[in-house]
Design a protein around this ligand. Structure first.
Ligand code: DAH
Length: 332
């Protein structure tokens, strides 16, 4: 019987070592230790042996079983590790093979100008403010000293929104309502710029688009003067356009400022380009923003970001900014 055991052990070990997969090993386990395995059959036969022989054979059988089980455990660990390693190799993503000739996009020329303007003004001590694109008639007009029937309303080709009483909601025609919202939200001193999208019912041509972008500035503080406004515009001009560029103010009219001016940028070749509007904030506007005009003074300015970008990059048709022709956009 002992000889027989050695033979069964050898074939069990051979089956275990021969298994190449965990499934194969499960079969080897059944074959060597399962119900109809030779070792199990031997075990069942032990009972029919004489007592002395049974004890010895039983001990030998136990040792064989223990060795077979140990070998089974070792092979299980080996195969599990091999299968895991194989799976990792199979699932690996080769990130080195990203093609290098793919065209990578970049920010739109208007976005570039917008972000650069924010950097320049933040560098000068301004914070960025925001307001909604769908605005109330009150914030866009009344609060800015443009009451119903004021001729300045006709100057804006306003797009109204079907919301609330007729004429009460519109797509903001300028970023100036952000002045009102900021004053109502915060106590002075206030130093903000508000870049944003604005809308007018315009037929697109080289110098007009129905959707465009503006940047609004507002400073509310003690003893603010027109000199502070002119100095701020000049500092911005040099900082954004570079050395050799200068600015000037020309008298103009806006309902929300008094006095009001238009500001122009002088290029190094001496030519002047009109950029935006500005002025000392009208007392009615400060009051609409909940600020006492006896205690505080303020200046404001506003200009078109698209027009500024067009100026900086010598783009002669604003419609190019909206047609999304990659051949055009990739130049900037
Ligand atoms: N809101 C004016 C426009 O869209 C631009 C403007 C002019 C803004 C004068 C100002 C300002 O803040 O003081 O035409």
């Amino acid at each position: 019987m002992i000889d027989q055991l050695a033979e069964h052990e050898a074939s069990a070990i051979a089956a275990i070592d021969g298994a190449e997969t965990l499934d194969g090993l499960a079969e080897a386990k059944t074959a060597s230790l399962g119900k109809s395995a030779p070792l199990t059959i031997v075990q069942r036969q032990l009972g029919s042996l004489p007592a002395e022989e049974r004890k010895e054979a039983g001990k030998a059988l136990n040792e064989v079983r223990r060795r077979v089980e140990a070998r089974l455990d070792a092979r299980t660990a080996e195969l599990a590790e091999a299968e895991r390693a194989a799976r990792l190799v199979a699932e690996r993503l080769d990130l080195t093979e990203v093609p290098t000739d793919v065209a990578v996009g970049h920010a739109h020329v208007v976005t570039q100008a917008w972000e650069e303007l924010e950097d320049v003004f933040v560098g000068m001590g301004f914070r960025i403010a925001e307001g909604p694109e769908a605005e109330t008639d009150w914030h866009n007009f009344d609060a800015l000293n443009i009451p119903p029937g004021h001729p300045a309303r006709d100057g804006f080709d306003t797009i109204y929104v079907d919301h609330g009483p007729p004429g009460s909601t519109l797509l903001r025609t300028h970023t100036s309502p952000v002045q009102i919202r900021t004053m109502l939200d915060e106590d002075p001193p206030i130093h903000i710029v508000a870049p944003g999208r604005v809308f007018r019912r315009d037929t697109p041509d080289a110098t007009h688009t129905p959707v465009f972008h503006q940047l609004e500035g507002l400073v509310v503080d003690h003893d603010i003067s027109l000199a502070d406004l002119a100095g701020t515009i000049e500092a911005f001009t040099e900082s954004y356009f570079g050395a050799g560029f200068h600015s000037r103010l020309r008298p103009n009219y806006f309902p929300f400022t008094e006095p009001s001016a238009e500001f122009d940028i002088q290029q190094p070749d001496g030519t002047w380009l009109e950029l935006g509007g500005c002025g000392m904030v009208h007392p009615n506007v400060l009051r609409a923003g909940g600020i006492d005009p006896e205690e505080w003074t303020a200046f404001a300015f506003g200009f078109g970001i698209d027009r500024l970008a067009a100026m900086k990059f010598a783009i002669d048709d604003l419609r190019e900014l909206f047609t999304n022709d990659v051949r055009f956009l990739s130049q900037f």
